[in-house]
Design a protein around this ligand. Structure first.
Ligand SMILES: C[S@@+](CC[C@H](N)C(=O)[O-])C[C@H]1O[C@@H](n2cnc3c(N)ncnc32)[C@H](O)[C@@H]1O
Length: 247
């Protein structure tokens, strides 16, 4: 339906096909960027859980090494400005494949010296191995097709240094007892708008992270897991360990 009239073709300048095709209306179209960047809108989309998701995510930075932090892609709302406050005086690196998203982020930040923004596809990060001590991925993974998700995870693990922390805030797994999962019309509406969510719901993130980490001689250990809204959302704190030299 959202692909009717091939509108996505207007957004294809260096943008991954899945993003232009399925999410132009959310991340690439200027009126949408203006609209979705209101906290009440995000809060509605996240079934009123936005503030808590944000707070719980930021809390994890209180005991992580924040010497060099990467936020993988832009997000709507005040998460990035709040994260910058938390990291002060350390700086934050943010990459996103959409220049419009980077422009929007820039407009929300006063102290631009603390922020390093780069237009980059997260499937092929132009950072050196082991560059970052912590990485935040906030509601990105469920928006990626399976193959892109695996590439993004592999790149994330490559650029995260041993001992570093990966924080993933995401949808939880599909559960038979959550009313939003059980109620088919809601489930269909969500997965109509989010075409890659259904697969993501069924994947165990720690397992697929470890599969990607293996060829790098790294492993990923779950340090903490917080679920919100009866498990509909999850916040994972993971540590990356180097157990042998890269094969
Ligand atoms: C983080 S996700 C979803 C965030 C969440 N819905 C929110 O705003 O709170 C959306 C961002 O990911 C970016 N994005 C998607 N795929 C990408 C990729 N392969 N590389 C870099 N950025 C990507 C989009 O341009 C968009 O800015």
């Amino acid at each position: 339906m959202l692909q009717l009239f091939k509108i996505h073709r207007h957004f294809q300048d260096g943008i991954p096909d899945y993003l232009a095709r399925h999410y132009w209306w959310a991340y690439l179209w200027r009126p949408a960027i203006w609209f979705f960047d209101h906290e009440w809108v995000i809060n509605l989309i996240l079934f009123t859980q936005y503030r808590q998701l944000k707070q719980e995510t930021l809390k994890l930075f209180e005991h992580s090494s924040t010497a060099k932090t990467l936020q993988l892609t832009c997000v709507y709302g005040s998460l990035t400005p709040s994260l910058l406050q938390k990291l002060k005086p350390s700086s934050l690196f943010v990459c996103d494949v959409s220049h419009r998203q980077l422009e929007k982020l820039s407009s929300k930040i006063d102290n631009k010296d603390q922020l390093h923004m780069t237009r980059m596809n997260a499937e092929h990060l132009a950072y050196k191995d082991n560059s970052f001590s912590s990485i935040l991925v906030f509601f990105l993974l469920h928006e990626l097709p399976d193959d892109a998700r695996l590439r993004v995870l592999a790149e994330t693990l490559r650029v995260l240094q041993p001992g570093g922390t990966l924080i993933c805030t995401e949808y939880g797994n599909l559960a038979s007892n959550h009313f939003l999962h059980r109620f088919a019309p809601i489930r269909w509406s969500i997965t109509w708008l989010e075409p890659f969510l259904d697969n993501f719901w069924r994947q165990d993130l720690v397992t697929i992270l470890n599969e990607q980490a293996l060829p790098m001689g790294k492993t990923v250990q779950l340090k903490s897991k917080k679920t919100l809204f009866s498990g509909f959302y999850q916040i994972l704190e993971l540590e990356v360990i180097q157990h042998k030299n890269k094969s």
